[in-house]
Design a protein around this ligand. Sequence first.
Ligand code: MRU
Length: 346
Amino acid sequence: MVQAIEWKSDHVKIIDQTELPIRTVYSEITTIEQIFEAIQKLRVRGAPLIGISAAYGLYLGMRDVQAASPDDFFVELDKKIDYLSKSRPTAVNLFWALQRIKDQLQAVTDQSTNDLKERLLRLAIELHEDDFQRCKQMGEHGLEVIPDGARILTHCNTGALATGGIGTALGVIYTAHQAGKNITVYADETRPLLQGARLTMWELMQAGIPSKLLCDNMAASLMQQKMVDLVILGSDRIAANGAVANKIGTYGVAILAKHHNVPFYVAAPLSTVDLDAASGDDIPIENRASHEVSKVFQQCQIAPDDADCWNPAFDVTPPDLVTGIITEKGILYPPYTENIRNAFDK
Ligand code: MRU
């Protein structure tokens, strides 16, 4: 399975996802600024992968810092965390990863600044490995909602290209396929940046999973014709009440699923849950450049010159449209406020 990001003794190696599926281009990243740019430009993307990238970026930013004392080290660390926090606003895994590393570093007492730097790298690698395990566990838990013969609709990309492991929603799909379930996946193209067409289809075809690509506006008809047994997709931030922020278009799919009585599952690790966000209203939604809508990949113009476009990258699906949330601790069902909290206590 493809690895979206790898630590290579003194640099980070990524697949530049803006080049897929036409070319498989690997980039070597050696600075925090390059990580920032890679996150912002979606060279690395997907909530868990953004968090992992930021963790490595923090190390790259700190490794050459000359701090006279641990206190100075932490002043610099806060500056780098602030900087990376501005790369993208919605995926809470970014903020979660940076905070987790800071907390773990602060727990280390009586260490030289060099020790702190070494520890920071180890923590970034551990965070990466931790996501690998969470993906595996989500895959195993998710098996129980995938019947043999299931026809599954998904949106955006939630696989190995979006995480440090097999993926969230796509991880469940891989696990079901490997368990011998005879599944078919329908992948929404996911306008405007086409993560479904470019990335999900690329992953599914490499894995040999029967799959069909559709334009986003075809999902309603697909469901009306009873060609979908369940929806499964990922999330960038889940509020404490179970509201799910995910790639723009997810909310529409959720409404369609409700109308057609199709189960709607979200697969996400608990690192995607933001207990500080009481509801979807507290989730910041990223607005991206107009040209992403009017010019496909800045190449093919599909709207009049200078057309002004609305381009929110995410939307919020209210909890009453979500059948269940597949996490590494098991599948959570309503009432979400209570069951999400319990999952953290497990
Ligand atoms: O803008 P992107 O490509 O980073 O958006 C990604 C998504 O919306 C995914 O569905 C989400 O991060 C879950 S990935 C495991």
